[in-house]
Design a protein around this ligand. Structure first.
Ligand SMILES: *[C@@H]1O[C@H](CO)[C@@H](O)[C@H](O)[C@H]1NC(C)=O
Ligand SMILES: *[C@@H]1O[C@H](CO)[C@@H](O)[C@H](O)[C@H]1NC(C)=O
Length: 233
């Protein structure tokens, strides 16, 4: 289970809204921050729950939400580099800090958390174990992400051959991420083409190649998540 530190507010209650939709879980931490001029004003909502939900449906990567209890203004932010919108009655939430044993990296304008799990498991277990911590198996979708992967794993490998599951599925002849989008080969892919070898493991000591593998093989794995407000509906 994901460990929640004392300062994190979890609105685990079901917030019923005017329509049939409802918000089930929200992980966020209340702060005294003001919304920023770089946030998106999405209009006026009666409840903070509804503001959160509409923000979650509007932006993919939410890093702050502010709801004004007086004016009902709802601000959604995926960029907090703007200047403060000063006022009273703002209720602001930011994502919780990373859980135990996660390392923090800056990637583009986001913070990313990574955790290396040095236990040999099959691919479905790696996926399930990461999901249990609101994470996913690492998705190497940019050169920057691959560089972070290497920076993080090489010292852990400590000059021994290391094999870790990375996100990917071979569908026909194409490698895809879990969401079905094509997987670029920033981690150079090398295949032996066995019919069951539909997953990928990164293999190396100081430089890494991604080899195809059956999902029943067992390797270490890496979980990642972004420091964003996770709203599950
Ligand atoms: C790395 O490996 C060396 C040699 O085997 C060992 O002495 C050292 O303790 C290891 N470092 C870590 C951090 O595990
Ligand atoms: C597997 O298939 C790829 C693409 O068709 C090919 O480049 C590669 O050489 C094959 N690997 C082996 C070991 O046959």
């Amino acid at each position: 289970m994901f460990k929640i530190s004392y300062s994190v507010v979890v609105l685990a209650t079901t917030i019923l809204c005017s329509t049939e939709t409802y918000l089930k879980m929200f992980y966020g931490e209340r702060t005294n921050d003001y919304p920023k001029s770089s946030c998106l004003d999405i209009g006026k909502f009666q409840s903070t729950g509804r503001c959160l939900q509409v923000c979650g449906n509007t932006l993919d990567m939410l890093i702050m939400i502010s709801h004004n209890m007086e004016t009902r203004t709802c601000m959604c932010c995926d960029d907090i580099t703007g200047s403060d919108i000063i006022g009273s009655n703002w209720k602001t939430y930011i994502p919780p800090p990373c859980g135990d044993h996660f390392a923090t990296y800056d990637l583009f304008s986001f913070q990313m958390y990574l955790k290396y799990v040095g236990v040999d498991v099959d691919y479905p277990s790696a996926v399930a174990n990461c999901e249990a911590e609101r994470s996913s198996v690492i998705r190497i979708d940019s050169q920057e992400k691959f560089d972070i992967f290497k920076d993080y794993v090489v010292p852990i490998a400590n000059n021994t051959l290391t094999q870790v599951w990375v996100q990917g599925e071979k569908v026909g002849q194409e490698w895809q991420f879990h969401d079905g989008s094509p997987m670029p080969d920033f981690c150079p892919i090398s295949m032996s083409n066995g019919s069951t070898e539909i997953r990928l493991r990164a293999y190396g000591i100081t430089s890494f190649t991604c080899y195809d593998a059956p999902e029943t093989s067992t390797y270490h794995y890496l979980c990642e998540h972004y420091r964003v407000l996770a709203i599950s509906i």
